[in-house]
Design a protein around this ligand. Sequence first.
Ligand SMILES: *[C@@H]1O[C@H](CO)[C@@H](O)[C@H](O)[C@H]1NC(C)=O
Ligand SMILES: *[C@@H]1O[C@H](CO)[C@@H](O)[C@H](O)[C@H]1NC(C)=O
Ligand SMILES: *[C@@H]1O[C@H](CO)[C@@H](O)[C@H](O)[C@H]1NC(C)=O
Length: 435
Amino acid sequence: MLFTTILAALAAAPALALPTIEAKGAKFFTSDGDQWYIKGVAYQLTPDDPLAQGEQCQLDASLMKTLGANAIRVYHVDPEADHDACMSAFSDAGIYVFLDLDTFSTYILPDNPSWNDTQLKAYGQVMDVFHNYDNVAGFFVGNEVLTTGANSIAAPYVKAAARDMKAYRDSKGYRNIPIGYSAADIASLRPNLQNYLACGSNTSESLDFFSLNAYEWCGTSTFETSGYSQLQKNATDYNIPIFFSETGCNQPMPRNFGDQSAILGPDMADTWSGAIVYEWIQEANEYGLISYNPSFDTDPANFAVSGTPTPRSPDFDNLKSQWATLSPTGFKAADYKPSLTPPPCPSFTSALWEVNRDVALPTLNQKFDASVSSAIKSGSGAVPTATGTGGSAVAESIGGSSPSSSGSSSSSSSAQQVIGANSLFYTILSLVFLW
Ligand SMILES: *[C@@H]1O[C@H](CO)[C@@H](O)[C@H](O)[C@H]1NC(C)=O
Ligand SMILES: *[C@@H]1O[C@H](CO)[C@@H](O)[C@H](O)[C@H]1NC(C)=O
Ligand SMILES: *[C@@H]1O[C@H](CO)[C@@H](O)[C@H](O)[C@H]1NC(C)=O
């Protein structure tokens, strides 16, 4: 009886021995006290849930280990599915997981943003089923919600989501799993958004990390010409961890992943915590490091979503060679005394950043208050300062014309297409799901 109880307990407990990941100051550390740098791969074989098929995860995790990866990013899961087999397959291979908490029907919409009970419950459900896996490295409350200045009205809702998911995590007694956001790389928007998500003296209301989907470094580029030197300038004094949640421009092919030596080398490793390369599977957008069906490689519309992963040449080996030479050690947690302070909250700038600096975050279920926006817009000095009162939501909606998002980033057109294609894909899917 006792024996079977113990057996049952052993079977139920995640059989994992990886040290857990925590954010401290502007860096990630393992519970062993070492600074942790991400060498990750985006992993979403099917829209539903790539972490529900244990055997497939086993095959992929083994090959990722030979690649030198230590993390994956997963965009969508089904909280009802069983994830034990996949999570242990990745853990056994030394691979951590960054996971988006949103689902197709609950993500924060850019033009009509909300943060409500339904969303909180859905995000919480994902956290409930994943928090106990030792190899969960972080949760995202959103991916590329904002892509234009007009979308900045959604930023307070993203921040409110992080506030409430952090509070939920703590109220449940879950470990301190970092909670952050994955941003589109729009040059006109990025610095304000990056600073906004970290600003303010109350850390219960700011994010635990910020990450960027950036496709600026294409072909044989350099730290200066790629635009990475600007990313570095904007991040030098950032007080929370920052990393690339997607990277890997694929024009021109093949990819040599030269940016990894900037990110994980002397140029950026003092500031950035690594990168997640987009992506594992070869699909129509042709970013794959592997293919499950190499004979269909020349016909991307016919890609397979499961099977034995076969490295695509030369991209897979190029990334493997890069990572093999890059092992920044950084700080020991005990020697690291964070001293950076949060950045100032950005001020309202019409068409660029339409969020008032002084207005409180929306409370759960609170809708945007239009009267606040007209006061802000007039610059009349009648700006409500609802600080601390849990008062008005921020922002303003621009009727009709949206500011140009061109001239935005120096990223390649292919990256813009990818972002567009992904969003369209998710929009169609979410419509199908809603329907
Ligand atoms: C909550 O937000 C979701 C996602 O945007 C939306 O679909 C839903 O209608 C909202 N629910 C309420 C009650 O506003
Ligand atoms: C910090 O923010 C949290 C969440 O909004 C709030 O409950 C708390 O009262 C705030 N603390 C201070 C000192 O304002
Ligand atoms: C970000 O970098 C750009 C280019 O160097 C600079 O113009 C801008 O002022 C920086 N913004 C912030 C918020 O640091």
